[in-house]
Design a protein around this ligand. Structure first.
Ligand SMILES: C[S@@+](CC[C@H](N)C(=O)[O-])C[C@H]1O[C@@H](n2cnc3c(N)ncnc32)[C@H](O)[C@@H]1O
Length: 385
């Protein structure tokens, strides 16, 4: 197997070529190696972790897509109301730097659920991310919304950042782990957050992850996916629960009766609004038009702001990701541009402009072969093939 196949088989990840090449260069230089084949032979040992560390995208923030935390909190409350001695088991996999499981813990504390009534485990492939999670120290980047009152209540500012206070900090059990390696002997969970990981997997790896998640999810349990991932999981044994904005799923082999779906009574979780509302008279399509006009006139800051507003309402709006990519490209951040455009293409595989943009980026990276693949794909779309 070559390096790409080894990485994909072990972790599910299919990194973009420039990222992988950078990672390989870094590791091979460090080890004083010149031949890829020699390096690939090392990947049946700890070297695989070193390489994986350089290709993961450990991006996260507090209360990312807040409706998921609301859905999870109400499920915990219902279980505890039915059985006051219940202990609801929650897993965040992957947890990146801990932003997601700590958000869950804050939401439960705010909802008045006793700490003895739940447990939160959190895993991530990246050892560096787990170290960050345990340190529980965050920069302003971890707090992206406008409603940050929870930050004052749960964090202590120390001049360099924000440190999470007890007891929330001690309420999450972190460990390094590979989701794909969690097998039949692992614990069962009533609620699993598996968000913004499968977007980096191909369909075969999504199938493997879905099988693991299905084993890990207890009967009547709820899986919370990322906005772009729920449709893929629905091809692999899961179905959507009608909880707007939460991307909540259940196993089709388990009737969802236990989940007793109810509309969300509250519109907030830990003080964060579940859904921003559009200014009067505006639609998502209208906002995209506004963002486009800003971009066309070079008003990049306004374009980015409008796109973020739109994505808070419609996280799967491919056009907004495309404009964010243009803005990043304009600022010279080609890697951010590539990330945004790949997400656009994931959401809208027939998006002509993004294929052209990615082809240009590949040429900029000296990747003629990859550029040709994008251009051929665009040509096939144009010819209707
Ligand atoms: C974009 S973050 C998502 C974090 C969080 N769930 C969220 O939605 O904000 C993706 C994380 O997946 C982790 N990861 C990648 N492959 C993994 C695997 N096979 N098992 C566990 N974690 C993995 C990366 O280390 C990275 O921290």
């Amino acid at each position: 197997m070559n390096v790409v196949e080894i990485l994909r088989t072990a972790t599910g990840l299919t990194p973009d070529l420039p990222t992988l090449e950078r990672a390989l260069r870094t590791r091979m230089r460090k080890l004083g190696m010149a031949a890829h084949a020699d390096y690939a032979r090392l990947l049946d040992g700890p070297e695989l972790d070193e390489l994986a560390e350089l290709v993961v995208v450990p991006e996260s923030w507090m209360f990312r897509d807040p409706a998921a935390f609301h859905a999870a909190t109400s499920l915990v409350q219902r279980r505890v109301a039915r059985d006051p001695a219940a202990v609801v088991r929650i897993l965040s996999a992957p947890c990146a730097g801990g932003e997601e499981p700590y958000s869950m813990a804050m939401a439960l504390q705010d909802a008045g659920v006793a700490a003895a009534r739940y447990s939160i485990d959190a895993i991530d492939l990246s050892a560096a991310s787990i170290r960050r999670a345990r340190a529980a120290r965050y920069t302003a980047n971890a707090f992206r919304g406008e409603e940050l009152e929870f930050r004052d209540r749960y964090f202590k500012a120390d001049g360099k950042g924000y440190v999470l206070r007890e007891p929330v900090r001690g309420s999450v059990h972190f460990r390094r782990g590979n989701l794909l390696d969690l097998g039949a002997d692992a614990a069962r969970y009533d609620i699993i957050f598996c968000r913004n990981l499968l977007i980096y997997f191909d369909d075969a790896a999504i199938g493997r992850a879905a099988a693991v998640l299905s084993t890990l999810l207890a009967d009547g349990g709820m899986l919370l996916a990322g906005p772009a991932e729920a449709p893929a999981l629905c091809r692999h044994g899961f179905a959507r629960l009608p909880l707007p904005g939460a991307f909540a799923l259940y196993k089709t082999s388990q009737p969802p009766a236990e989940l007793a779906v109810r509309p969300m009574a509250s519109r907030r979780v830990a003080g964060v609004s579940l859904k921003k509302t559009l200014p009067d008279g505006q639609s998502a399509a209208g906002l995209l038009g506004i963002a486009r006009r800003h971009a066309e006139s070079g008003r990049w800051r306004e374009a980015v702001r409008t796109c973020h507003g739109l994505l808070a309402l419609e996280p799967t709006e491919a056009g907004a990701w495309f404009i964010l990519g243009q803005a990043s490209r304009h600022q010279g951040d080609v890697r951010a541009a590539e990330r945004h455009w790949r997400r656009c293409l994931y959401l809208a595989p027939r998006h002509h402009e993004v294929l052209g943009a990615l082809a240009q980026l590949a040429e900029h990276d000296g990747e003629a072969g990859r550029a040709a693949v994008y251009r051929q794909r665009a040509a096939r779309l144009r010819s209707g093939a």
